[in-house]
Design a protein around this ligand. Structure first.
Ligand code: AMP
Ligand code: MG
Length: 589
């Protein structure tokens, strides 16, 4: 059972707050009970009432009961007040117990605060107060500060804090993809690339589970829940430079001379005493500002004369001081679910005290080549045989994108062989990429098999290089039936496979970042389809393209370091004309 407290001085608004929280948290589907601390007598205990008369007459316990509720009153008598833990054990199991009062107990609490009451904040002394709900003007604190009436944010904060609110999306609970998931209305026309991308985006959802791992080992993983800062960064005000700290209030313009205290404030070794007004203390970069210090003068700007530190006045208040939480406050959103963690994120996780993160399990991507003509490279092969280039290419793309490659090998052009491989693939992978056999020819068994299972949709996309993409679902697992030609398979995987797999893996839809460069080539491009040319950047910053557009020319994939994307419309390109160049790195490879 999770517990969370609400504390506050008299008239701070804590009962109103707890009332709103009970309603809001219950409305979100959680069960809530409360514990309320009272000083002496309480509301069911009024003189003259029957229960009161029973009690006064000496009953040890009075059980008040009606059809709708019951309350047990127990006389503690001479015994001391029962501890909170003992009281909590009497409450029936619920998701969350909100505790009003009991401010000395160690559970996490939020403090209700009204400026008008003129009292100090409990949060200033008590580290079990992890947030403040106030009506403004109050505070310069390390803990997050909410508006007293912002019940939604306060509820979310509490639910996150106790671990009841994990993520915004429950992907692994999502139903498996339906057989007809990729079905499209049968059109006679070829679909533009942008339309196909939109259609694809609407049809897929995350298919992976979640697990908690160490943040230090989470590079490249997809976050499965939002991460809230456990601690502020910096946790307390400290110095940004090596210098001398003092209270700004006493300084004036002109020459300053402040007596220098013995000792120093160093990072990790704070100055233990208060710095009296009008005096200064030696302070190093990263050291906590001692009590009494709000401003630091740079050591290069001072002169030490005897026991005094001297410098020219008109120093800005709070100069060279870093505020507590100026980077991020405790309770503030640090990273969002779906983020693919890069090294900067790993640093942020550590800085805010998050040593563990919930991530999606790695997407397992099965890769299968099809065709009677294929053989493994390394074997002597007669001229009618083709070395399988697609499988190692696709497996390495998958690896580069941080997924788990699952090598499904090679299937001959026979239904039985293919069916076996797909059955195995659906058991051992979350998505399957096949290449070859995706058209409607005699030996196009991928499309034929999926079609018979009622699970194929042939997407006629206006893209070059590319043939129809066979989109299917096999035993609940999505299949991308890529063209056999290596260049087409490569381009279709970058353009369609990459964003789709990112969503399947729990991340966001991806759009590659392109750059406009002057063309180093000329070309007459026909209307009605988008073209991708293998390209690279010349030393003088122009985009040149591979000499042949043949879709079997694998050497062009290796020669290139990106693609030039030519829009759907007709276009005559002259050298120097602007073209869109997308480097391989924009595709994450
Ligand atoms: P398909 O789509 O099966 O008709 O194949 C189209 C062309 O791509 C044919 O010339 C195939 O030999 C070739 N091809 C298919 N799969 C591969 C592969 N894995 N590696 C190299 N070439 C392939
Ligand atoms: Mg084939």
């Amino acid at each position: 059972m999770k517990v969370f407290g609400i504390v506050g001085w008299k008239n701070s608004g804590k009962t109103g707050l707890i009332e709103r929280l009970i309603a809001e948290i219950s409305a979100r589907g959680f069960t809530v009970s409360t514990v309320k601390h009272a000083h002496h007598s309480f509301d069911v205990d009024r003189p003259g009432k029957d229960s009161h008369r029973h009690r006064i007459a000496g009953a040890k316990e009075v059980l008040l009961a009606s059809r709708s509720r019951w309350a047990l009153m127990h006389e503690s008598g001479e015994q001391s007040e029962p501890p909170l833990a003992e009281l909590l054990s009497k409450i029936a199991p619920v998701d969350l117990v909100l505790i009003e009062g009991y401010k000395r107990d160690a559970h996490a609490k939020i403090e209700a605060y009204r400026v008008e009451t003129g009292t100090g904040l409990i949060a200033a002394q008590d580290t079990s107060v992890v947030a403040v709900a106030g009506n403004g003007g109050a505070v310069d604190l390390v803990v997050p500060v909410f508006d007293l009436n912002d019940t939604t944010s306060i509820s979310e904060f509490i639910l996150r804090h106790v671990g009841l609110l994990e993520t915004t999306q429950p992907p692994s609970d999502a139903p498996p993809l339906q057989n007809d998931c990729f079905a499209l209305p049968q059109g006679v026309n070829w679909m533009p690339v942008d339309e196909a991308l939109d259609a694809l985006r609407r049809r897929i959802q995350p298919v992976v589970g979640r697990k908690t791992i160490l943040a230090s080992g989470a590079l490249g993983r997809v976050l499965a829940s939002d991460v809230v800062a456990k601690r502020a960064n910096p946790p307390a005000a400290n110095s940004a430079v090596d210098g001398y700290g003092f209270a700004h209030g006493v300084t004036t313009d002109g020459r300053q001379s402040l007596p220098l205290l013995k000792g120093r404030a160093a990072p990790g070794a704070p100055f233990a005493d208060t710095v009296p007004v009008g005096q200064a203390v030696r302070i190093l970069t990263g050291a906590l500002l001692p009590t009494g210090v709000d401003t630091v003068v740079l050591q290069e700007d001072v002169k030490i004369v005897g026991e005094t530190v001297q410098f020219d006045g008109l120093i800005k208040p709070k100069a060279n001081a870093r505020n507590a939480g100026e980077d991020i406050h405790a309770g503030q959103m640090a990273l969002n679910s779906g983020q693919v963690l890069h090294p900067g994120d790993i640093a942020l996780l550590s800085a805010v005290g998050c040593d563990q993160v919930s991530v999606f399990t790695r997407l397992r991507v099965g890769v299968l080549s099809t065709g009677d003509e294929l053989v493994e490279p390394g074997r002597q092969a007669p001229a009618e045989k083709t070395y399988d280039a697609n499988r190692p290419m696709l497996l390495s793309l998958v690896e580069k994108w941080g997924y788990d490659p699952v090598d499904l090998g090679h299937a001959t052009d026979s239904r039985a062989a293919l069916q076996d491989k797909l059955d195995y693939g659906a058991e051992n992978a979350d998505v399957i990429l096949t290449s070859g056999g995706a058209s409607v020819g005699d030996e196009d068994h991928v499309s034929a098999l999926l079609k018979d299972a009622g699970a194929l949709s042939s997407w006629r996309i206006a893209i070059k290089p590319g043939r129809p993409l066979a989109m299917g679902v096999w035993n609940g697992v999505p299949i991308f039936g890529l063209p056999g030609n290596p260049v087409a398979a490569f381009v279709c995987t970058l353009i369609f496979g990459r964003p789709a797999m990112s969503v399947l893996a729990g991340g966001g839809w991806l759009k590659p970042q392109g750059f406009t460069l002057p063309a180093a080539f000329e070309k007459d491009k026909k209307a009605g389809r988008r073209e991708y040319l293998r390209a690279r950047v010349t030393p003088d910053g122009r985009a040149e393209v591979f000499a042949s557009e043949g879709s079997g020319r694998v050497s062009g994939l290796s020669w290139a370091d990106g693609l030039v994307e030519l829009e759907d419309a007709e276009r005559r390109i002259q050298p120097g004309d602007p073209v869109r160049y997308i480097p391989y790195s924009s595709f994450g490879i």
